[in-house]
Design a protein. Sequence first.
Lengths: 314, 255
Amino acid sequence: MKAFTVSKAVTALMLAGLVLLPLYSHLSGNIFILTLFTRIVILALAAASLNLIMGFGGMMSFGHAAYLGIGGYAVGMLAQEGVGSGFIQFPVALAASALYALVIGALSLRTRGVYFIMITLAFAQMAYYVASGLARYGGDDGLTVYKRSDFSGLIDLGNRTQFYYLCLACLFGVIFLIWRIVNSRFGLVVQGLRSNEQRMQAIGFPAKRYQLVCFVISGTMCGLAGALLANNTDFVSPAVMYWTRSGDLMVMVILGGMGTLFGPVMGAVVFLLLEEFLSQITEYWALIMGPLLLLIVLFGRGGIMGMLGRAGRG
Amino acid sequence: MAEPLLRVEKLVRRFGGIIATDNVSLDVAAGELHAIIGPNGAGKTTLISQLTGHLEPHSGSVSLGGRDITYLPAYRRCALGLARSFQITSLLLDFTAADNVALAAQAHAGTSFRFFADARKEKGLRDAAHAALDRVGLAHRADVLVSKLSHGERRQIELAVALASKPKLLLLDEPMAGLGVTESQGMVKLLQELRKEVSIVLVEHDMPAVFALADRISVLVYGRVIASGDPAAIRANEDVKRAYLGDQHVVTHHG
């Protein structure tokens, strides 16, 4: 095995860039880029969590944005009711996401393939409409979070740099956990089930309970992203749960490289930067973005990580 | 006589109007190599699938070591000591040979709800995997992806996977399928070794192999067991000759 590869180098470069970004922002006085990258880091976290079930577990969930909403609404609703402490808001956000994942997973995992995709989509849309109907919490219009989660002076979420580093730490923490999980006993079983479920049953693994636990872990991680996102925008609305957002997350994962540790981060960075800059050039940015993504998916098997891997060999 | 290791009683399985398994009863004693033969479409795979739990019978029962397992799911039977190989190789293609076998060992070595420690560094599992790979003569291919292995090697991995779960009873569904002559001979030699350690139910088309290996043979025709006995008795059985070995027998005796 080679110690140095192109994909490793690019990944390291990207991570270093993420760590040093606030420094650049301060020196250049470009505050916007810090705001943009905070959003990128949070959605990278969501994409990484989706990758755990989609890339490693082979479970094509098309309803992952639901957790962004659940995590976000947990923060927003508690704030609205006067509970401002992050020490309460964040655990509630994670617990609510886990619970939702447990119920949805238990029902969805009875199905496979296209049906699984459709049923996870249907449940997420249901969550979307439920949120739209919450009149007390803004309904369709969404809910403004007037005060960011309060961590009693430990960290100030109102401070852009501190908040950015909190998000980045969460992202790195989640990727570290995913790295441990995929190489653990549990992770090997889940990946084995993706590869050949019949074989795994025959050697003695009940498929569903492993997949369900994986589904819950992934949903909980994405709930964290939701709680951060609500703090980032000071706002949460049903729109974060809409199916197009779930689609965006899938695109990030596929674009970056399914089943790779840093692929989703790469995918999120590229996807959101493209979206940002193309939309500055033309209002028809989607017209350029669409074919571009199509080309990468068609000709870059394994996404960006896959292409970098081949570049390293070739 | 002691309780047989595997007892199948009056097993019936229909597909629409076709009776694929028709009142099949058979016993497999501990330490025995029991072969099941029969022409194509005799219902051998249907029978095996009911033994492994991939298919439910409509009536009748299957018990392992005196315990009724007729309706247990596949993974529970496996925990009770029943391991199988597939007629069409069914492995984790994007895993290495060692990982494939180690997972089988893992299934029988405590809980797999461990999320943090690196499973590939668990010495017990790796050792078990290498021992099983060594047993089938593939220790040198341990770190190769299964998708890069030849068909014959994959057949051997199937066996190693089954062995790694330390089964009481091994169900082998046509282990020689698609193997060349030398590979087949290797497999026969290997099975001759294995049968000293574990009871085996062998479904196989390769007649020389079956007669060389089996303690007892059951002949399945149209879903029914028409004869059961030691190789010599089966060779001499008139029904079997007519139903199965028929043409070949006529040719060799009168040709």
